[in-house]
Design a binder for this molecule. Structure first.
Ligand code: AMP
Ligand code: ZN
Length: 136
């Protein structure tokens, strides 16, 4: 099955583009969660963030920042969320790495609130140790 974001990156599928260069393309999300909801993707296919090559980070994140600032200003937003879902469990549905720029407004009533886990000092300590000691 063809990757829809590869198709967009190669202009073989329609998209409402707002930025494009050799490595990156940015276009409007077809199911906007807020006005101006935008996606930024590397043109090369990486299934998720973990698969992305750090060689592209400098170009990718510098463009992501500029595009996010432009979207925020254009829409007159009060802020924005950057979201990158990785893996089905995290809500990823398109398996070509992408960052969402979701403009936020004080009165938008969007909710990204997650319940807070009840950790004591021991749990914080063991969790920090677990992550620190995990090799890739
Ligand atoms: P995620 O759940 O993080 O994988 O997000 C995938 C996003 O891609 C969703 O918000 C979809 O609305 C969006 N999407 C899927 N197909 C297209 C498309 N052809 N053009 C623009 N956005 C799309
Ligand atoms: Zn792809």
């Amino acid at each position: 099955m063809k990757c829809i974001f590869c198709e967009i990156a190669s202009s073989n599928a329609p998209s409402f583009n707002i930025y494009e260069d050799n490595e990156i393309i940015s276009f409007l999300d077809l199911n906007p969660r807020s006005p101006g909801h935008t996606l930024v993707i590397p043109k090369a296919h990486y299934e998720n963030f973990s698969e992305m090559t750090p060689a592209i980070f400098s170009a990718f994140f510098s463009r992501l920042q500029i595009i996010a600032m432009r979207v925020e200003k254009a829409l007159g937003a009060d802020g924005y969320n950057l979201i990158c879902n990785n893996g089905r469990a995290a809500g990823q549905t398109v398996f070509h790495c992408h960052f969402h720029i979701i403009p936020r407004f004080y009165d938008d009533n969007l909710r990204f609130k997650m319940p807070i886990l009840n950790y004591d000092n021991q749990k914080f300590k063991s969790t920090a140790e677990l992550i620190k000691n995990t090799e890739l």
